[in-house]
Ligand binder design. Structure first.
Ligand code: SAM
Length: 370
């Protein structure tokens, strides 16, 4: 390897932070120590803001960002100049990477497919933990795939890097024991499940209009379907073909006001997000918080121009043909009747016809997309 954590005190501190949070087994700790993050960060980087990204220009800011527990954005607007600065590739947030690799539960002889190579950092960690021959990784963007190959080669790793659409997986080297997606999925593509052996594990961040992300850990069953629980929040950029469609403009002339007993802050737990997202799959939720907890504002939107705005302690305003606030109130009442389950009490089942979200067990389906 060209450098180690000893040459990068910032990296050693980052690994200690991950270890201190209980995110590293001894095997993963050794792998992280051997692969400095800096070796997988290109010269041009951005800092993620709430919506868009800002360039990082000074080397001291660059060092601070690389050795913090934050994502380092490495491409905006799919690499096109003059765009709004939306992150389209990154070296992901280290604690999220460590958590997802932990959930992957790899064994020494496992063969692993990663979707979303980006900088190659996760592939390098997997090569360090396993071996080059056991790691396969797919990146849709040809420029990024080339940069990743170069960075991996310079660091002494040689996994199989494929430039292609990860939605199809990589059947040429299937079956795999483990599959990790490092781009968010709206649904788990069936070809990915088909390429993992029974008993194998799939770890993927999922995204819905309703919530910004939660990671799922699926086990492939003997009949080839996959099922498993959600394991907490995970905010990742979506797979290219899974990007959320834009919402339509709202017709302000349809505004109407009503009172509500539901405090909009209640909608913001990941537990309700899982339930509400399953019941109202096409409703997008966005929120903003001012100086304190009393200044939370929640927006609901669908793709056809219906919307609702709710501020703490104020009347609700709805727009368009749907009474979105009323629909969310009804879903919230159902959620309360279920005992306000936490996010990790929900799970996902994937079969050839689609996927279903369930509560506690695959028999208790809340909603399915077929
Ligand atoms: C958050 S980055 C992944 C971080 C990466 N694992 C690392 O170690 O740096 C997400 C990546 O997924 C890629 N991606 C998006 N859609 C894809 C697809 N359909 N197939 C493969 N890669 C895809 C993006 O181009 C982006 O580089």
């Amino acid at each position: 390897m060209t450098s180690t954590a000893q040459d990068h005190p910032g990296h050693a501190a980052l690994v200690r932070l991950l270890g201190g949070r209980g995110l590293l087994t001894p095997e993963w700790r050794r792998a992280w120590e051997a692969v400095p993050r800096e070796d997988f960060v290109p010269p041009t980087i951005w800092r993620q803001g709430p919506q868009t990204c800002t360039p990082v220009r000074y080397s001291s800011d660059r060092q601070a960002l690389i050795y913090s527990d934050r994502p380092v954005v490495t491409q905006v607007d799919d690499g096109r100049d003059g765009g709004p600065g939306i992150a389209t590739s990154s070296n992901s947030m280290p604690s999220m990477v460590a958590k997802m690799l932990g959930l992957l539960d790899v064994r020494d002889d496992n063969r692993v497919l990663e979707i979303g190579t980006a900088t190659g950092y996760v592939s390098a960690l997997l090569c360090e933990r396993l071996s080059d021959e056991q790691v396969f990784t797919i990146e849709v963007d040809p420029t990024l795939a080339t940069l990743a190959r170069t960075a991996l080669d310079a660091a002494g790793y040689a996994p199989t890097v494929i430039c292609g659409d990860g939605e199809q997986g990589w059947p040429d080297a299937a079956p795999y024991d483990r599959l990790i997606s490092t781009c968010a999925l709206r649904h788990v593509p069936w070809p990915l499940v088909q390429q993992v052996k029974p008993g194998g594990v799939i770890v993927a961040p999922m995204v819905r209009d309703f919530w910004s992300g939660a990671v799922v850990q699926l086990i492939v069953q003997d009949d080839g379907t996959a099922a498993g629980f959600f394991r907490g929040g995970a905010s990742y950029m979506p797979m290219r073909s899974h990007r959320l469609p834009p919402t339509a403009d709202v017709d302000q002339d349809t505004a109407r006001s009503s009172t509500s007993d539901l405090d909009p802050r209640q909608l913001l737990t990941l537990g309700f997000a899982m339930y509400g997202g399953a019941r109202l799959p096409d409703v997008k939720v966005v929120h903003a918080q001012g100086e304190n907890d009393d200044t939370v504002r929640v927006w609901l939107m669908d793709r056809d121009g219906s919307a609702a705005i709710a501020d703490v302690g104020k009347p609700v305003t709805e727009f368009g043909s749907r009474d979105l606030w009323t629909e969310v109130e009804a879903a919230y009442a159902e959620y309360v009747d279920l005992g306000r389950p936490d996010a990790d009490e929900f799970g996902l089942m994937v079969d050839p016809k689609g996927q279903a979200v369930w509560l506690h067990s695959p028999d208790a389906v809340i909603t399915s997309v077929r």
